[in-house]
Ligand binder design. Structure first.
Ligand code: 3HC
Length: 301
């Protein structure tokens, strides 16, 4: 059955090569998923060779895990590894049909990335963004062809979470949207079409939920109590484990975007902001302060 709002599938373009901008964890997980489900070459790009190597190594290690569980044969594992390569330049996207970015959540950075991508790709290449909260319409405003830009928002862990939010920007055309839905289907995800609104749908709901949990802890509820109480609701993961999985910086960015859009409804935890400002991927604690001892505590998890 056609998902609500999806255009006629016959409008979808064929995808025979995928480009992924960025080689961080989210981008690497996406690269593996595209290679595994579409069985097409996937090129990761990054400005930094070490990050690129790390991204490709991550893919190889995950393929080995799949082979170890018998999910892919040894032959398929070798083929999958060969499909995912890294490149320091975006020229590798010249013959790609679908390029997705998963770089830092900053509108100017993403606009710059798409300007560079648009300079090398074919006119019919779909451009997709994995942004978790930024406006797809704003991201496309300087593109020569904003009609080929679409939001394609995965959830952590990419390999496991079935949901995909597909975002129609102000200029996105039907062929681009149909291609996005066809790719989502090939990836075996459940795609939903969402409005180009701040944080779309899921992060808006999740941020409200997480904001209240963090707020309760900031106001004095022991963290363990909040974790334990909610655990018993049958959630797949405790709230603060989820914050770690998503990354405190990403969680903060989404909260700030929503606060800007709806200041009456969304706050930003000062403690969470301090934790992120410290630049440590630490574990959230309400009594966080920037002294060395506390930073060491967070860094140690
Ligand atoms: N990569 C690949 N596979 C993974 C994985 C990862 N990072 N993490 C878990 N898995 C796989 C495991 O290998 C296992 O596969 P198997 O059944 O084939 O062996 C399967 O997932 C289940 O894992 P576990 O048995 O280790 O653990 P759980 O049953 O507890 O499940 C979980 C782990 C799927 C992460 C579960 O805790 C969960 O669903 N948590 C909620 C996650 C969530 O809400 N994500 C959305 C975050 S919001 C977001 O991402 C948006 C962004 O914009 C901020």
């Amino acid at each position: 059955r056609r998902p609500a709002g999806a255009p006629d599938a016959s409008l979808a373009r064929k995808v025979t090569k995928v480009g992924v901008v960025g080689a961080g964890l989210m981008a690497s997980q996406m690269a593996l998923l595209f290679a595994r489900r579409l069985q097409v070459p996937v090129v990761l790009t990054d400005l930094d060779q070490a990050r690129l190597d790390k991204g490709v190594s991550y893919v190889h290690a995950e393929v080995d895990k799949l082979a170890g569980k018998g999910r892919v044969s040894p032959d398929q594992a070798n083929r999958l590894k060969a499909l995912v390569t890294g490149s320091l330049t975006k020229d590798a996207f010249a013959d790609a049909d679908f390029v997705i970015e998963a770089v830092f959540e900053d509108l100017a950075v993403k606009k710059q990335v798409f300007a560079e991508v648009e300079a090398v790709v074919r006119a019919d290449c779909v451009l997709a963004t994995n942004t978790s909260s930024l406006s797809v319409t704003a991201m496309g405003e300087d593109l020569a062809h904003p009609e080929r830009l679409v939001g394609f928002h995965f959830f952590n862990p990419v390999a496991v979470m079935p949901l995909l939010e597909i975002v129609r920007g102000g200029a996105t055309d039907d062929a681009t949207l149909a291609t996005a839905f066809a790719v989502g289907k090939a990836l075996k995800k459940s795609s939903v079409l969402v409005k180009d609104a701040p944080a779309f749908v899921v992060n808006r709901l999740l941020t409200r939920f997480m904001g209240e949990v963090i707020g309760a802890v900031d106001e004095g509820t022991p963290l363990e109590t909040a974790e334990h109480a909610l655990d018993r609701l049958g959630l797949p993961m405790t709230p603060f484990a989820l914050l770690q999985l998503v990354g405190p910086a990403v969680g903060l960015h989404v909260a700030e975007t929503l606060h800007e859009a709806f200041p009456d409804r969304f706050g930003v935890s000062a403690n969470l902001a301090k934790l992120v400002a410290a630049g440590k991927p630490g574990v959230y604690r309400p009594d966080f302060s920037l002294d060395e001892e506390a930073v060491a505590l967070f860094a140690g998890g």
